[in-house]
Design a protein around this ligand. Structure first.
Ligand code: SF4
Length: 789
């Protein structure tokens, strides 16, 4: 932690002596002087290398029998859902191998044969574990027993489930107010577990339900809800093969949603134009070797993007305005025949204000702020004008900015110009990052659920849910730091690594009286704890779930709103594991006792009962238990997809957004965080990123050749990254300079290592989503040689 930063926050809120004495701090993993090799990036995504990599990792981690048992069942209609991203499965017949390399890595990581037992924790103190890398922590295997870190202890030790539940119940009931607890959810949590969890939390008396959606697509949900009346994608997977063009904006599907490349390949073969808008030309969007095809394995693969626009980091509003200005110009020159004026007149509002703003925007500003040439902008506009059916996809390159909502709504404006919503082969598609992040929100995980849901929930269970909005992720961190939240419970995920301002967040967690993590594997979040800490080990997606009523399945919702079942196939990693619904029920019973009339044990015995309640509370789930058993599940209703906008005026709304001016001082750069190919969210599977040519390290910063030269840096040199916020500077030490094809004035480095640079209060306007991709930094020569771990 930098002294400046420590001073800053200590001025704000002084930690008490006992917390200081515990010495609970976030430890940066070690850096090796000679680590890392930079080679040429892979010319194509997937292919034979990907298949070999899949088999190598799967066999090494799971063995042959488990590899076959799991990979033959993942994403099959009667199998289990991939625990990684939320990309949809085909509605039609599925192939034998319905997974990608990264899905296989996630499964191998969960189905590993290695175990982390109480003896492991007896042998390793928490500070000893903290000195290891995230990769090493993940490689130790599956957690097998509930564990307690007692006050003042340096070791976790086994505890019974009953003792763990009663400890949680005691701590929660000792709080002065239910609002002194926060209950986080990660996107792996099933619909059933999430619904029970939010019910427990609301019966306990708070809406403090932060979730990972607060960090990934909060800006999409809000931006879409305000403009089209629903915060979700409006496309089905089949739309991709009918599209004339697909704009992929601020998204790297080759690493983060790899099976999307199959749909893009099919589309490209149908003549669809794929336009990639991103600061980096990502391999997956350049060329794809489909491992499902013999030629894909052996040949050169298929070209994917027909046009690449190398937009500056956060230059998207400027770029989209440029494209729309060209479209408007073409429309005026053709007597109003190029835009869909019938759609605009009958299905939208605020078009005149939008037009006035677009007309007033100067090309000088558009070109300077987007960093894209007029010629490329014209080409993109031409593709949009020629498309009867256009899909726009995006991910966190759009949402994780201070103006993330404006970015999303600029994409909506772009789609509305030619009525590209509500018709086959067209629509909007925010691509979700974690397998059930969308479903969790649908069934009630939100700090501010809508009034209808809250009323229906109260009616179904005979109580009055709390009315006041709760804390999202950022507000939870601030509340823990300020002593207003004293108990933190995390349903899955790795809160510490996923969140911004890592040192500040670590301090926040360490100020809690109790932290509880419901987890499958060891991660850094277990090593920075409250006064007392619990780890509660749960079943993974790959595992069979046997309850009193027999074998159970759970259900999840993908990015296109398909709800389907997921049924594990492996024996649990330990006889001590419990399912997430069972853990929620145990905590609820220990906390609420007779205050709750919910039959928690009966819900756990048979998840059909949970689904019956969801059906009564959440619109769109009629006959849930019957329809979820149909092969492939069912689509939730989606007004815009079906041609109606459920806004207050029943119209989609054009919105007006200024081009952001970031005002970089001389020498400063705009840093975007990104993931490597050996990574899923905060889970690190390896230290290579072969699509970008990085091997054996994650501590690299990608810079433009001119920016390297201008700063008298050299490739391979160690530098520190220093971020600049009104609240002060933050430093991430020891990153190797890598020359890369990235727009001038921009930089990129891996998440979560660079989360230390993001001020907790640097968030998107309106959505409060952390701005991990709008970080103003300067690059300083590393003052000392890296520590050797
Ligand atoms: S695309 Fe996503 S959901 Fe599908 S197998 Fe790959 S990681 Fe899993």
């Amino acid at each position: 932690m930098t002294q400046a930063f420590r001073d800053e926050h200590q001025r704000e809120e002084q930690p008490d002596a006992s917390q200081e004495a515990r010495g609970v701090q976030f430890a940066e993993p070690p850096v090796l002087e000679d680590e890392g090799v930079v080679r040429k990036p892979s010319p194509a995504a997937a292919g034979a290398v990907s298949v070999l990599e899949t088999m190598r990792r799967s066999l090494a981690t799971m063995g042959a029998k488990r590899t076959l048992a799991t990979l033959s069942q993942v994403n099959q209609k009667d199998g289990f859902d991939c625990p990684s991203c939320a990309w949809p499965d085909p509605d039609s017949k599925r192939r034998m191998a319905e997974f990608c390399e990264n899905g296989a890595k996630a499964i191998a990581s969960e189905a590993t044969l290695r175990r982390v037992t109480p003896e492991f924790f007896a042998a390793h103190s928490i500070s000893e574990l903290a000195a290891h890398s995230d990769l090493w922590l993940d490689q130790q295997g599956r957690l097998t027993h509930p564990l307690l870190r007692q006050k003042g202890s340096e070791h976790y030790q086994a505890i019974s489930w009953e003792e763990a539940f009663s400890l949680i119940g005691r701590e929660l009931n000792a709080l002065a107010s239910p609002n002194e607890a926060a209950f986080y959810t990660s996107g792996r949590t099933s619909n059933e577990a999430a619904f029970m969890y939010q019910l427990f939390v609301r019966q306990f008396g708070t809406n403090n339900l932060p979730d990972c959606s607060n960090m990934c697509h909060e800006s999409s949900g809000l931006g879409l809800n305000e403009t089209i009346g629903i915060g979700k994608a409006t496309v089905k997977i089949e739309d991709f093969e009918h599209a004339d063009s697909i704009f992929v904006i601020g998204q790297n599907p080759g690493t983060n949603h790899p099976r999307m490349l199959s749909e893009l390949q099919k589309a490209a073969r149908n003549g669809c134009k794929i336009v990639s808008i991103n600061p980096l030309a990502e391999t997956g969007l350049i060329r794809f070797k489909n491992p499902q095809e013999a030629l894909g394995l052996l040949g050169v693969g298929s070209a994917i993007a027909s046009l690449f626009l190398p937009v500056r980091v956060n230059g998207d509003v400027a770029l989209l305005k440029g494209i729309m200005k060209e479209m408007l110009d073409a429309d005026r020159k053709s007597a109003g025949t190029r835009l869909d004026h019938h759609f605009i007149a009958h299905h939208t509002e605020n078009f005149d204000a939008f037009l006035r703003d677009l007309d007033a925007e100067s090309w000088e500003t558009i070109l300077a702020e987007s960093g894209v040439s007029r010629e490329l902008i014209q080409q993109a506009a031409q593709i949009a004008l020629e498309s009867e059916r256009m899909i726009c996809c995006w991910a966190m390159g759009i949402t994780q900015h201070n103006n993330g909502v404006a970015n999303v709504q600029s994409i909506v404006n772009f789609a509305l110009l030619r009525g590209q919503i509500g018709r086959r082969g067209a629509g909007l598609c925010p691509v979700r990052g974690h397998s059930n992040v969308q479903g969790d929100r649908t069934v009630g995980i939100s700090e501010k659920m809508n009034e209808n849901f809250m009323q229906a929930l109260g009616k179904e269970f005979g109580f009055t849910p709390p009315a006041a909005h709760g804390y999202d992720v950022v507000k939870s961190i601030q509340a823990m730091h300020g002593g207003r939240v004293k108990v933190f419970l995390g349903m899955g995920g790795n809160f510490l690594s996923a969140t911004p301002d890592t040192h500040y967040t670590a301090e926040a967690l360490s100020r809690c009286r109790l932290t509880v993590q419901i987890s499958t594997k060891l991660n850094r979040g277990h090593l920075v704890t409250g006064e007392q800490a619990l780890i509660l080990p749960c079943l993974g997606r790959t595992e069979r779930d046997i309850q009193a009523g027999g074998e159970q399945f759970v259900s999840v919702e993908d990015t296109t709103g398909v709800v389907h079942q997921s049924r594990g196939v492996l024996e649990p990693a330990s006889a001590e594991l419990r399912s997430e619904p069972a853990i929620v029920a145990g905590i609820a019973q220990a906390t609420l006792g007779a205050r709750s009339s919910v039959p928690w044990s009966a819900l756990v015995a048979d998840y059909d009962r949970v689904r019956d309640h969801i059906e009564h509370v959440v619109p769109g789930f009629s006959q849930y238990n019957r329809r979820v058993r149909e092969p492939g599940g069912f689509y939730l209703p989606n007004g815009p997809r079906e041609g109606t906008f459920p806004t207050s005026t029943r119209r989609a709304r054009f919105t007006v957004h200024a081009i952001p001016r970031l005002g970089l001082a001389r020498g400063q750069l705009l840093l975007t965080t990104l993931r490597s190919h050996d990574q899923f969210n905060t889970t690190i599977y390896g230290e290579d990123d072969r699509y970008r040519g990085i091997f054996g390290t994650r501590r690299v910063v990608f810079l433009n050749a001119e920016d390297i030269r201008e700063r008298n840096l050299s490739e391979g040199q160690w530098v520190d990254l220093v971020s600049h916020f009104p609240s002060g500077q933050r430093r991430a030490a020891h990153f190797k300079v890598v020359r890369y094809d990235i727009p001038r004035g921009c930089a990129a480095a891996y998440f979560p290592e660079t989360n230390v640079l993001v001020a907790v209060d640097s968030v998107a306007a309106k959505s409060n989503q952390p701005a991990y991709k709008s970080i103003i930094i300067s690059v300083e020569t590393s003052p000392s040689a890296p520590a050797v771990g």
